[in-house]
Design a protein around this ligand. Structure first.
Ligand SMILES: Cc1cc2nc3c(=O)[nH]c(=O)nc-3n(C[C@H](O)[C@H](O)[C@H](O)COP(=O)(O)O)c2cc1C
Length: 317
């Protein structure tokens, strides 16, 4: 028995009454377990006077919110004569909502029978609101972070990936290709006579043609296992895993044809319209192959395609 025998009972009553927490006592033997005591802390927290609520079951604080999950926890604890701690939405006398964190404990008589329950209530509205606020700030932050990640990986002008994105994707796809022995393809694509285009039509028109061609490349290579990026200036690059040399050849040729068919005027090109040259490589990386070797080969293929008159593709397998 932990009750200190030398504490006068009126001191105990005063201390309980003056606690900042709400403290109530319910009669466990009476029908519907009515409250028989509520301290000043409870009156202050809820706006009800003790006289008003004595004789009622404490559920009146739940207002119309009596289906909260934690109520089941309470019911079970009461039925089993156990203690429990819950947080519930409760309503003050003036109708305002507050979050009530409270615990109830059984009070047993000398024979071990539960005769009463004592309940201790705390208004934790500020804490719950802060947690809600933190949670929504966290979600907001995650969203901004995702947007930042996308921005950090994309080319500001054309919206396709940037070089950093390309390097990341190249490494990832290279590992997959090496591990699963499927072909890795790299394409280097370049707008033909782009300097002449800029000189003739101005930088704004130059940017516009990069945007249009970038869009066409992205449309041609849009499988989840393709990555398209602007490699620098008027050069784009594509890395793709699991595409055969024949498929690559076909896609590249179609792309080359559709850029020409878009008929973006280019008076200073022998073709009269904007065209692209494409160099590419497709192979299953061997154990001694590196991404640098493959990039170099794709670059050489582009150089060859350019040397052969541009507006064409050159794929090595
Ligand atoms: C001592 C004691 C204090 C309680 N205090 C509260 C309270 O502050 N707020 C509340 O919503 N429910 C409180 N309850 C719970 C309800 O009185 C009731 O037991 C609960 O809603 C589950 O029973 P029911 O399903 O019959 O409503 C308290 C219960 C006891 C025994």
């Amino acid at each position: 028995m932990s009750l200190a025998a030398n504490i006068p009972h009126n001191l105990l009553a005063l201390a309980v009454n003056q606690s900042l927490d709400g403290i109530v006592i319910a009669d466990a033997l009476a029908a519907d377990m009515p409250l028989i005591y509520a301290n000043a802390g409870f009156e202050k927290m809820t706006g009800y006077s003790a006289a008003e609520i004595v004789g009622q079951n404490c559920r009146f604080l739940q207002g119309k919110d009596q289906n909260q999950a934690a109520v089941t926890v309470l019911r079970d604890a009461i039925r089993n004569g156990e203690n429990c701690i819950v947080i519930l939405k409760n309503y003050r006398k003036d109708g305002t909502l507050f979050w009530n964190e409270f615990n109830i404990s059984p009070v047993k008589n000398a024979a071990g029978m539960v005769t009463h329950f004592i309940g201790v209530q705390k208004d934790v509205t500020a804490r719950v609101d802060m947690l809600k606020h933190l949670r929504s700030s966290k979600l907001e932050l995650q969203k901004v972070n995702q947007q930042l990640n996308v921005l950090a990986m994309s080319d500001g002008l054309t919206g396709v990936g940037n070089r950093r994105y390309f390097n990341e994707q190249l490494q990832a796809m290279f590992s997959i290709a090496q591990r699963t022995r499927v072909p890795l393809s790299i394409l280097m694509l370049d707008l033909d006579y782009f300097k002449r285009y800029n000189d003739k039509y101005g930088h704004q028109a130059g940017d516009d043609s990069l945007i249009r061609v970038g869009g066409m490349i992205a449309e041609a290579f849009q499988r989840p296992s393709d990555a398209v990026c602007r490699y620098g200036g008027e050069e784009f690059a594509v890395v793709s895993v699991g595409m055969s040399a024949e498929e690559l050849q076909l896609h590249a040729q179609q792309l080359c044809d559709s850029v020409r068919a878009a008929e973006i005027p280019h008076a200073d090109s022998p073709h009269g319209v904007v065209t692209i040259s494409i160099g590419g490589i497709s192979r299953v990386p061997k154990s001694d192959t590196t991404t640098a070797t493959l990039l170099k080969l794709a670059d050489e293929a582009l150089y060859l395609a350019k040397g052969m008159g541009r507006n064409r593709i050159g794929i090595l397998d």
